[in-house]
Design a protein. Structure first.
Length: 292
């Protein structure tokens, strides 16, 4: 039960901070074995991860309920004028869906290539540091992807991210879609890569972060549905019980909401992305020492 709570908390923290949840779940398991900590993570499986993904999905839906409501209202109020919004949301989702299906069918999504995880941690840590430099320039500009004047110190309203999605070009929407698809590889970080690409495209960091989480909802839903479908089509004895699933879910849900709100607040801190980038590089070095 304690192990399930630990995994749930790690999922909640690392899924939203740009440091890769999959890499940290692997690291915890390896540290447990290397240091002889005595925890038993043998129950962790794809089926257990489904419960964690459901918690993650609910957390995003709760935190971004206003933005989701605005999107639904815009589409239902006037479908014809919402074409661009719908089109861009689809373009941001399709690449991840296609690539995710490919990785799922080939079995690559379930593989744990340690070298790839280490490379992704380090490389995309450097990408975060580079994005931080772009963010400084974006914060100095009076406009943000066509939005009205918005300073970095002004709180972001729920409509800002939705309006930015509507105003992005089809090409930039596709860029964000492909960025999100990279997060399907272990060690990348969905929030990190999608936010970084949004910043490279000229968005302020807060808006880029909000878009990254909003467009991740369909992917989390698809991943969860695919996992549940696999459980029914290829049933195997579960490696965990009701208690592990329940406590892991609750731990993931509570920590997910807390750290999603936390990341939205600290994203405005100067050089914060660089700090996360440096952290990723250090974790990659530690993993290389332990695993290789």
């Amino acid at each position: 039960m304690l192990e399930a709570i630990i995994l749930g908390i790690i999922q909640g923290i690392t899924e939203f901070l740009p440091i890769s949840s999959s890499a940290h779940l692997l690291l915890v398991s390896q540290l447990n074995e290397s240091l002889g900590l005595g925890y038993d993570f043998a129950f962790q499986s794809t089926e257990f991860d489904i419960f964690l993904h459901i918690a993650t999905f609910i957390a995003i839906a709760v935190v971004y309920r206003k933005e989701i409501g605005i999107i639904i209202n815009k589409i239902s109020a006037n479908f014809s004028t919402s074409n661009t919004l719908i089109q861009n949301l689809v373009l941001m989702t399709i690449p991840a869906g296609i690539i995710g299906l490919f990785l799922y069918l080939t079995g690559f999504a379930d593989s744990q290539n340690n070298l790839l995880v280490i490379f992704n941690l380090v490389f995309f840590g450097i990408v975060l540091i580079a994005a931080d430099q772009f963010a400084k320039n974006n914060d100095k500009t009076p406009a943000n992807a066509g939005l009205s004047s918005q300073s970095s110190s002004k709180p972001i309203s729920p409509s800002d991210a939705v309006e930015a999605i509507s105003l992005l070009s089809r090409k930039n929407s596709l860029f964000l879609g492909f960025a999100q698809s990279l997060a399907l590889l272990r060690g990348v970080s969905r929030s990190g890569i999608t936010t970084s690409v949004g910043i490279f495209l000229g968005l302020k960091r807060e808006t880029a972060l909000d878009i990254a989480f909003i467009i991740s909802l369909p992917i989390f839903l698809a991943v969860t549905f695919a996992g549940i479908l696999k459980m029914f089509l290829d049933p195997e004895p579960l490696s965990f019980g009701f208690q592990e699933a329940g406590f892991g879910f609750l731990a993931a849900l509570i920590s997910s909401i807390a750290f999603l709100l936390f990341f939205r607040k600290i994203i405005r801190i100067p050089r914060i992305l660089s700090y996360f980038g440096i952290y990723r590089i250090l974790v990659g070095i530690i993993m290389a020492i332990i695993l290789l």
